[in-house]
Design a protein around this ligand. Structure first.
Ligand SMILES: [Zn+2]
Length: 302
């Protein structure tokens, strides 16, 4: 669960640079991912499409201003660039859905930014459902919107009806404007309005895990991934991992182990976090749920 797949090695190098790595070591791209999965006994990958169109747009506007362009030129360029960005997102959704069609072990979650697509968000969803989308990836922090953005309400409605899953980043770091768009509690209005939506909040074990536990109690249709991992002697705390591994069995059982999915996000080597799960005193059945069965259910594959 929760990888970010690149179209090829060169793009992976550009978007997720790992200084000093030769090309051969980049594996999370269409050229190499299946070989990597075979070598590590991974049956499926939940591939999340994200594109930071907001920061791409902002930096182009800033460069235009620095170059002394008039405000009118900049306003005109913004209209053009927004359509250019929408087209780039559509193309990303296209190549990744084509990859899923060729290789069903790749399960594609499309990118959808309501601040970019606005009322046409549901049209992009519809187009991608026709191409077989497994899910939708929502990124409130990088797109700078609240989870109940008006353009997303028809998207959730359609996802609920079509059985299309939704994964959202939910680490509540404040944006430069001071708003923590991804705050887990911000999903309350969405979960209340769409009680059958198959929604997962990412990064269960970051320092908002107490809020997610509260949300789990309130909303039986809420799922989580644990990308970011747990803290132990080999794995220090990060902004994605605050929960001690020794707390995981107790806390995961409070949530309901059947609602948690192991995930890796962008880490180069996801295997240490697999070994964490295997090393904890879960039952064998719980380990299988965390590492495989729950994600298969979430993807709609069982
Ligand atoms: Zn991610």
């Amino acid at each position: 669960m929760h990888r970010h797949l690149s179209r090829d090695t060169q793009l992976e190098r550009l978007i997720f640079p790992k200084p000093g790595f030769p090309d051969d070591w980049y594996w999370c791209n269409l050229d190499r991912v299946i070989a990597y999965m075979d070598a590590h006994h991974i049956s499926h990958v939940g591939a999340m499409n994200v594109m930071s169109t907001r920061s791409m747009l902002d930096s182009r506007m800033r460069r235009a201003r620095e170059a002394g362009r008039s405000e009118r030129d900049i306003a005109e360029a913004r209209v053009f660039l927004r359509e250019d960005m929408r087209q780039r997102v559509r193309e990303m959704n296209d190549w990744s859905l084509a990859a899923q069609a060729r290789e069903p072990r790749i399960r594609t979650f499309i990118a959808l930014d309501p601040t970019l697509f606005e009322d046409a968000s549901v049209d992009e969803l519809e187009r991608c459902i026709a191409l077989g989308a497994t899910g939708v990836k929502i990124h409130p922090a990088s797109s700078q919107h609240l989870p109940d953005h008006p353009a997303l309400l028809p998207v959730y409605e359609r996802c609920q009806e079509a059985g299309v899953a939704v994964l959202a980043c939910s680490t509540p770091r404040p944006n430069p404007d001071g708003v923590a768009y991804a705050e887990p509690l911000g999903w309350r209005p969405v979960l209340r309005a769409f009680p059958r939506l198959r929604l997962a909040l990412a990064h269960f074990c970051d320092d908002a895990w107490d809020e997610r536990l509260e949300m789990a109690r309130e909303f039986p249709n809420l799922w989580f991934d644990i990308s970011g991992g747990l803290v132990d002697a080999q794995n220090p705390a990060t902004w994605r991992a605050s929960m001690l591994a020794t707390q995981a069995v107790r806390v995961f059982r409070k949530v309901g182990v059947e609602r948690l999915m192991w995930g890796s996000d962008t880490v180069y080597d996801p295997m240490p976090s697999v070994r964490q799960i295997l090393g904890l005193p879960f039952t064998e059945d719980e380990q299988e749920q965390l590492l495989s069965r729950n994600a298969m259910t979430f993807f709609g594959l069982r």
